[in-house]
Design a protein around this ligand. Structure first.
Ligand SMILES: Cc1cc2nc3c(=O)[nH]c(=O)nc-3n(C[C@H](O)[C@H](O)[C@H](O)COP(=O)(O)OP(=O)(O)OC[C@H]3O[C@@H](n4cnc5c(N)ncnc54)[C@H](O)[C@@H]3O)c2cc1C
Length: 339
């Protein structure tokens, strides 16, 4: 039994100060991700700082930007009627993530920081040490190796992989936010700063244990999404092993600015296939000026996978990813405002 201290600060300032005064402390929001990892002994904090009473849970849809407090639950954001009307891409990404019970607890800020579901990362720690089957994982234990490379890699990434790590970035919501050029506001020991959501995620390279561009003590306080016409012609399309709820095998977030049927601007990001939420600039560029038809959508989607590096068992993700993206482009282009 390891004792774990617990505190409930009532302001961001207090939360940051508490975190900075104890080396083993960490923040907890809904706990749906962290508690799992604690049970698996991947995470072993000495203190949990519950940040759900510090505020930052408001949703503002007026003004020139959409602003969502990091502590808003996934359910509350998914149920917001203005977001559902103007940003189907966001509502769909949330509703296709986790289950209703999990979404009632989980916050949209913490969702950005969930760790990979790679089973070698999750199930190789002390929990099964007695069985003598600890798997090496560079993300969990830098320098130990990667059991997924050459191992059971069916769900691993095909884009952004390195010789040290092929773990998939698991979230759906961050993929939609990446497509929409969203940014986050961060409060920490050195004050406030803004960061594009795309800048939060690092490629694994030789340091897969360094996943996020956050400094110790920094809290995500708000998510800010620019308002553009493209929100209306948007979708988050997700393919998974089990439709009721499961992590993505492949997903695509698409938002199109259309003039008639012609694409003026395309926002495209991929999930389930890459080591971080994956923007697809080649696809976006190709689509400008095009009228979307199935063949055009497939051609555009193939461009996103030109540099794919599949392993032994996940080659199917290349074709699946292409078709998922092509389907998403078709859905988004046919979608118009209905309310
Ligand atoms: C069975 C299951 C299925 C799931 N399926 C999906 C899925 O299909 N798609 C998907 O996207 N997600 C899925 N999830 C993940 C779920 O969405 C996350 O567990 C959830 O979003 C995390 O939110 P939380 O508030 O519970 O995070 P917590 O567990 O409280 O925190 C997660 C991490 O974020 C840190 N943290 C929390 N808030 C902040 C903050 N504001 N600033 C800085 N650090 C912070 C914590 O320290 C911790 O490290 C699933 C989870 C489970 C258990």
């Amino acid at each position: 039994m390891e004792p774990i201290a617990y505190s409930v600060p009532t302001s961001a300032e207090q939360a940051v100060s508490e975190l900075m005064s104890e080396a083993g402390a960490c923040y907890v929001a809904g706990g749906t991700s962290l508690f799992d990892l604690m049970k698996l002994r991947v995470e072993r904090p000495s203190r949990l700082i519950d940040i759900t009473r510090i505020g930052y849970d408001a949703i503002s849809t007026s003004g020139s930007e959409l602003r969502i407090g990091a502590n808003a639950t996934m359910s509350n954001v998914a149920e917001n009627p203005t977001i559902a009307r103007d940003y189907p891409i966001l509502t769909e990404a949330l509703l296709k993530g986790a289950s209703q019970q999990l979404r009632n607890m989980a916050t949209v800020g913490a969702n950005l920081l969930q760790r990979t579901r790679c089973s070698y990362f999750r199930h190789g720690a002390g929990a099964i040490a007695s069985a003598g089957s600890i798997y090496p994982c560079n993300k969990r234990e830098p320098g130990s190796g990667c059991a997924a490379i050459g191992g059971l890699d069916r769900t691993q990434a095909v884009l952004g992989v390195s010789g040290a790590c092929t773990a998939v970035s698991p979230g759906d919501w961050p993929v939609a936010l990446t497509a929409l050029d969203a940014r986050i506001n961060i409060f920490g020991p050195n004050g406030r700063r803004d960061l594009p959501v795309s800048g939060l995620y690092r490629l694994p390279g030789n340091t897969p244990h360094l996943e996020f561009d956050l400094k110790r003590g920094e809290l995500i306080t708000e998510i800010i999404i620019p308002k553009t016409a493209s929100g209306l012609h948007s979708t988050y399309h997700k393919v998974r092993d089990r439709e009721s709820y499961a992590f993505a095998l492949a997903s695509a977030a698409v938002a199109l600015e259309l003039n008639g049927w012609k694409i003026e601007h395309a926002h495209v990001a991929l999930g389930g296939v890459a080591t971080r939420p994956w923007r697809a600039p080649e696809t976006e560029q190709f689509l400008i000026g095009k009228t979307i038809r199935r063949e055009t959508a497939l051609e555009a989607a193939r461009l996103a996978f030109v540099n794919a590096q599949p392993g032994r068992h996940n080659g199917f993700k290349v074709e699946l990813g292409i078709r998922t993206l092509a389907d998403a482009l078709m859905i988004a282009s046919e979608r118009t405002r209905t309310v």
